[in-house]
Structure formats: C-alpha cells, structure tokens
Ligand binder design. Structure first.
Ligand code: GLN
Length: 244
C-alpha cells in the first residue's frame, strides 16, 4: 500500500489563519485515493530526522512567534531543513514559514531575525501591512496554474539569483508589492504568502505538490483524478472576483 509521510513543523506555533487546513486537504486527497498518510508534528525540542518524511509543511506566524523559534532552529533543525531541501524533499511553506527559510527577516520595528538561509531571499518589514485576497500565476514548470489566496504580511520579501518566484502577481501584493513576484521556488520547495485555504481552494496545485512528493518515492504511481467540481467552483469564483 502506498503511503505519504508529512512532517508538520511547529504546528502549535506557526498556524495562522487556519494554515493547518492544508494538512487536512492533503490527507483527504490521499484518503480519497486509498493512499495512507502519516502526519507527524515536530515542534520546539523535538528531534528532526529529515529522511523520515516525504513532505514538510510550515505555516505562518506573527513576528513574535518567528523570533521565539530562532533558538530551536539553531539547535539542529536549521541544518536538517537545509539538508532536506538540498536532498529535494518537498516543502510547502506559508508566509512566516516561507520567510523562515530565507536568510533573514528584519521586522518593521528593527528586530533582526537571522533565519535558516536555505533559500536565497530576505525579508524586510514595513509598518503598513499587505492584506487581502490576491492571485498569481505560476510558471510553466508548475503548469501555469492560477492560484487564488489570501495574504497578510508586513514583511516584504526580495528574491536573489538562487531562487525563482513561485508566480507572477495578477492581483494584490505578493512578495513585496513592487516587483510582481510572488513566493519562491527552489528544487522541490513551494513557498508562498498564501494563507489558510491555499490547497483546498487550488486543487490542481494540491495535486501537483502531492504528485511531486509521491513520484520521488513511487516513480510508477499514477494519481487518479478526483471530482473537484466544488473546489474548482470556489477557485473560479475567487478568480472572477479578483479580476473585477
Ligand atoms: N510576521 C510575518 C509578517 O508579518 C509573517 C506573517 C504571517 O505569517 N502572516 O510578515
């Protein structure tokens, strides 16, 4: 029987706006296909061995919570996460979790958080937050998917040469409100500002990410199509609203 092992990093600390819904969505989409899912929460003080998992999920958090994690990251998790990324494990990282994979985050009130540095990007906060429903288009490597979502961040993220954006902003702010980039892609890392129902509202992206993880382990696996009428309606409704 096929199996997918999900590692939910800091589930009790990084979980803004229902980011956990992405775990529920992945689990459900596997269950509907008869694939077993094992979800393991790894938080402060827990040992992490990246080889035990297929997908890593990191949700968003407030500046305070991001600061609280620095010590724990420094005690081995930052290295494990970097090695996992280099070993092409699949990551889905949202907002604060996305920022955490980068080099640093300088908060709007001048606090410097030196992060993992696994991705070539950095974030600088500004007092005025970027909030609202938004939409972006992924690159050709990710099927040119149109992703609808919700963003709420003070940090403005700037990408270096070592990563590419996850998409181009069609409506809303994205990484920094200026250069029309949204999120970051590197190896099998999917990093985005899109909170809450990212995967339920974007079922094609959900399957794309799941497939990326499953095919690494089961190269011959054929993921059967699901009836996504309901999910696609939610997606298309948002897309329609955002196009004005
Ligand atoms: N604290 C970070 C910011 O404001 C991340 C916020 C979030 O995860 N929503 O930019």
């Amino acid at each position: 029987m096929y199996e997918l092992r999900i590692c939910h990093l800091y589930p009790d600390i990084l979980n803004l706006y229902g980011d956990r819904g992405n775990i529920i969505c992945m689990t459900k989409r596997m269950e509907w296909r008869g694939i077993k899912t094992q979800v393991t929460g790894i938080s402060v003080g827990d040992a992490l061995n990246y080889e035990d998992y297929d997908i890593f999920f990191i949700g968003g958090g407030q500046d305070f919570e991001q600061g609280v994690l620095l010590e724990d990251l420094a005690q081995g998790k930052a290295r494990q996460i970097t090695e996992a990324i280099e070993a092409e494990k699949v990551f889905l990282a949202i907002c604060g979790g996305y920022q955490m994979l980068g080099q640093y985050y300088k908060t709007w009130d001048g606090q410097q958080c030196d992060f993992i540095g696994a991705l070539d990007l950095y974030t600088v906060g500004e007092k005025e937050r970027m909030i609202g429903n938004y939409m972006y288009q992924c690159g050709a490597g990710d099927g040119n998917l149109t992703v609808v979502g919700f963003e709420n961040h003070s940090g403005k993220t700037y990408l270096g040469q070592g990563v590419r954006p996850m998409g181009t902003v069609l409506a809303g702010y994205g990484n920094n409100g200026k250069d029309k980039t949204e999120g970051a892609r590197y190896k099998n890392v999917f990093a985005t500002y899109s909170h809450g129902p990212l995967l339920p509202k974007n079922p094609k992206l959900a399957d794309h990410i799941l497939k990326t993880a499953l095919l690494r382990r089961y190269p011959d696996l054929c993921l059967e199509e699901l009836d996504d009428t309901f999910e696609n309606n939610a997606h298309d409704y948002m897309q329609h609203l955002l196009h004005g």
